[in-house]
Design a protein around this ligand. Structure first.
Ligand code: RRO
Length: 313
């Protein structure tokens, strides 16, 4: 019998498929649907200390091979998501949740982490260093010094399992640089990639941009970003110390995409755009497709092929 189970920092997940932060995970109703689904766990919409309405609409559009957004961090505030995961922890004591936070300043991130540290929360925190869509706030993950400063301040007091959500990198020197920073800290995981930031979608008919915020600039997700996602999963898996698990996200539409992410080194897979389009049925479908591929190849567990991508040397 094959299994899609995975383990990160000693926490077992019955399957390696889950949602990606931001998509259908903003309300308790969304999160209830994820809990009831075939996903192995869930991540909550990135939280700020207080509730935020996000950017003006329209702030999202579909693409032929993906999605395009500038949501601007609409969320119900940290207390809402912390309450949700704490209640879930009581209902399902063996589950491990991912609680995403995305302060728009270091002070906000530290304030939220102090609150989480002081709570009964035992699950993972996914610290989002890569939101591309808040006007006036650059992506921390592209500033290696600020990333180190952030993690220095975080790990000065925070001692529960924590990972970071990274933006995509496009240069081998940048993979080296970010890995050198991340390897200095007791991180549990990295999640890679966030959307490919600051693309531009043009409507030739109306001769306008497609979305209102930031003059039309927004983050690209879905099938188009898969090669970038695979490169980031692979490059970081090769460079990070083995205690840091890699969570792969970007362009997973089917079992083959999931298989490719695992070959590149992913221990957990997050589905964003396709989950948005398909709803919770996506988890069972992709699990079945991945399971079939593994059966054909004679693999019993994802560890049998994780990170084993071969080069043509
Ligand atoms: O809310 C958003 O605009 C958003 C966030 Br926080 C993020 O991390 N990635 C993204 O594509 N959109």
């Amino acid at each position: 019998m094959s299994t899609l189970a995975t383990t990160i920092a000693g926490r077992r997940f019955s399957t390696c498929l889950m949602n990606a932060a931001g998509i259908r995970c903003q309300s308790a109703r969304d999160l209830d649907a994820l809990v009831a689904s075939a996903a192995g766990t869930y991540v909550t919409k990135s939280a700020t200390p207080n509730k935020r309405p996000g950017n003006p609409e329209p702030r999202m559009t579909t693409l032929p091979h993906g999605s395009f957004n500038s949501m601007g961090l609409p969320n119900n505030g940290l207390a809402y998501y912390l309450d949700y995961v704490l209640a879930d922890q009581i209902k399902r004591p063996t589950a491990t949740q991912f609680l995403s936070i995305a302060g728009t300043s270091l002070e906000d991130n530290l304030a939220m982490l102090h609150e989480i540290q002081a709570s009964e929360y035992r699950g993972f925190v996914e610290l989002n260093l890569s939101c591309p869509n808040v006007p006036g706030h650059p992506q921390t993950g592209y500033d290696f010094e600020q990333t180190a400063k952030t993690l220095d301040a975080v790990f000065a007091f925070y001692d529960k399992p924590l990972g970071v959500k990274l933006p995509p990198y496009f240069d081998l020197a940048h993979f080296d640089a970010i890995a050198a920073v991340l390897n200095q800290y007791p991180l549990t995981f990295v999640t890679t990639i966030n959307s490919v930031g600051n693309g531009l979608v043009v409507n030739a008919e109306t001769e306008t941009v497609a979305i209102r915020p930031k003059g039309g600039f927004g983050g690209i997700g879905g099938a188009s970003v898969k090669p970038t996602a695979l490169a980031n999963v692979r490059a970081l898996s090769q460079r990070l110390k083995p205690e840091i698990a890699v969570v792969g996200v970007g362009g997973i539409l089917n079992g083959r995409d999931a298989f490719e992410h695992i070959l590149c080194g992913a221990s957990m897979l997050q589905i964003g755009t396709q989950f948005g389009y398909e709803g919770t049925a996506v988890f069972k479908r992709i699990a079945q497709e991945l399971d079939s591929i593994m059966a054909l190849k004679g693999y019993n567990t994802i560890a049998d092929f994780r990170g084993k991508l071969k080069t043509l040397d």
